[in-house]
Design a binder for this molecule. Structure first.
Ligand SMILES: Nc1nc2c(ncn2[C@@H]2O[C@H](COP(=O)(O)OP(=O)(O)OP(=O)(O)O)[C@@H](O)[C@H]2O)c(=O)[nH]1
Ligand SMILES: [Mg+2]
Length: 464
């Protein structure tokens, strides 16, 4: 390990305890306030739970032979990963230091996805084709006590990708959700599914935030014959990036090469700093962790907020419908109590004396009450059945077809969040009950808004 790396190590150890305490505090509040509400509204929190489970993660992605494994070996000062000019590695390898109770060595994919204490359970669904190419290496490195680095198979063109037996991009998406930093290494001289990979990464980021979790790297710049060649390659990469991101401003791109692997370093001395900066950026991944957690919490909280808002709107309408049904029930009951026996008398001659005439003549007896009471009970029963079995299901089906009417979609951000929340509301409406329309949605919304405005905001301020 070089001296710079050990200094970073000392610094990060000092910050480590502070951040751990803050992370624990956030975790406790999220578990106490957000998780119960998410469960109530059928929103799963598995992704967030997985992030909270383990240590900070840096995921290294890029073209084959772009120098991913070389970078990792260089960073750790050890030959941990195999390197080579052709596509050498077709595995996802997690590299980290063991905890005191764990020992050095390799752990297979099947064991990893079944370990409850690790966050990789979601990868189980890809089955053997992935699990045979998924492993963890426990290595001896103080830099990795609070950090795990994931080396990945080199990206190839989309046709070759199909031969892997599992959906590479989906796996990348799942790992990106867990990763606090994603290093995307472009090799200007090789084709690959960079564009698709970038879209996959982008889709896992919440809204417009989270870009700081991606480090763009143009690797092997020493392969360029001269400065003009380098500038041309850089220009092409910028053009491709702007096509991918849809933005005109180009993110920072680390222009690097491996001083160890290069044969031609003389003219490139000035670029060594970029490599050091990249290495530091990776080693400082733990600093991104709380931001990553908070953005995820924020996304879930906003999704939940829209679900509750939609439910409030729906229940308000359903209660108005109930109010109208109650009015009709009252009218029907008045008719049943005072005029039902009269109608029967007109048609059948029974009863001899109606409840109303007995009331007027003050000759009322128990038998006068029989038909009105029966009519009253029947009307209430009938209208209850009509409301719960016909009107409410019809009303919720109508909204299921027109869900967008339940929320305010005045901004692209709300539209984005709504695209995530929509299906939850659809499911909730499918299960709505009579009692459900009196649910404490407003109270839940107030609690959530208090959490977002006071606590979440305060945590964001703390990491600014
Ligand atoms: N000239 C030069 N060669 C490099 C550089 N980085 C890595 N190499 C060499 O390029 C080859 C590929 O490097 P790897 O680190 O294996 O690349 P990788 O991205 O891990 O490749 P896969 O695992 O196959 O996807 C090796 O022979 C390295 O020595 C660099 O910056 N410049
Ligand atoms: Mg490799």
């Amino acid at each position: 390990m070089n001296s710079e790396a050990s200094q970073i190590d000392r610094e990060s150890k000092n910050e480590f305890n502070q951040e751990k305490t803050l992370q624990k505090e956030i975790e406790n509040r999220v578990k106490a306030v957000l998780f119960p509400l998410l469960a109530k509204y059928g929103i799963d929190s598995e992704d967030l739970e997985a992030i909270l489970k383990w240590k900070p993660i840096a995921l290294i992605l890029g073209n084959y032979s772009s120098g991913k494994s070389t970078l990792i070996n260089e960073l750790l000062g050890q030959e941990i990963q195999r390197t080579g000019q052709a596509p050498t590695d077709d595995s996802f390898t997690i590299i980290t230091a063991p905890a005191p109770e764990e020992s050095l060595g390799e752990i297979r994919g099947t064991t990893l996805v079944n370990n409850e204490r690790l966050p990789f359970g979601s990868l189980k669904s890809y089955g053997e084709p992935l699990l045979a190419h998924f492993r963890l290496k426990y290595v001896n490195s103080p830099l990795l006590e609070n950090l795990a680095i994931i080396d990945s198979p080199g990206m190839m063109d989309s046709v070759t990708e199909k031969g892997r037996g599992y959906d590479f991009l989906n796996v990348v998406g799942d790992l990106t959700k867990l990763a606090d930093l994603v290093v995307l290494m472009f090799d200007p001289h090789k084709a690959g599914t960079i564009k698709e990979t970038y879209s996959t990464i982008r889709n896992t980021l919440p809204g417009t935030s989270g870009e700081d979790r991606i480090a763009f790297v143009m690797s092997r710049i020493d392969d360029c014959d001269n400065l003009a060649d380098l500038v041309r390659s850089y220009g092409t990469l910028c053009w491709n990036l702007s096509q991918m991101t849809g933005r005109k401003d180009i993110p920072r791109i680390f222009l690097t090469y491996s001083p160890m692997a290069s044969r031609n370093t003389q003219a490139l001395d000035v670029w060594v700093d970029e490599r050091k900066e990249l290495n530091q950026r990776i080693l400082k991944t733990p600093e991104l962790r709380i931001g990553h957690i908070l953005h995820h919490v924020d996304k879930l909280a906003n999704e939940l907020k829209m679900v509750i808002e939609a439910m409030i709107q729906f229940c308000r309408g359903a209660r108005r419908l109930l109010f109208r049904t109650v009015l009709i029930t009252i009218l029907l009951s008045i008719y049943a109590v005072f005029f039902l026996d009269l109608t029967m008398q007109n048609f059948t001659g029974f009863p001899k004396e109606t409840f109303l005439s007995a009331l007027v003549e003050s000759t009322i007896a128990v038998h006068h009450l029989l038909i009105p009471a029966l009519g009253l009970v029947s009307s209430v029963l009938l209208m209850t059945i009509v409301f719960t079995q016909l009107l409410l299901p019809y009303y919720s089906r109508r909204y299921q077809k027109n869900l967008d009417r339940l929320v305010d979609l005045s901004s692209p951000y709300r539209e984005h969040i709504w695209s995530l929340a929509r299906s939850r509301v659809f499911n909730l409406l499918g299960k709505i009950t009579f009692r459900g329309i009196f649910g404490s949605h407003q109270k839940n919304l107030d609690m959530l808004e208090r959490f977002m405005k006071q606590e979440l905001q305060m945590y964001f301020e703390k990491i600014k």
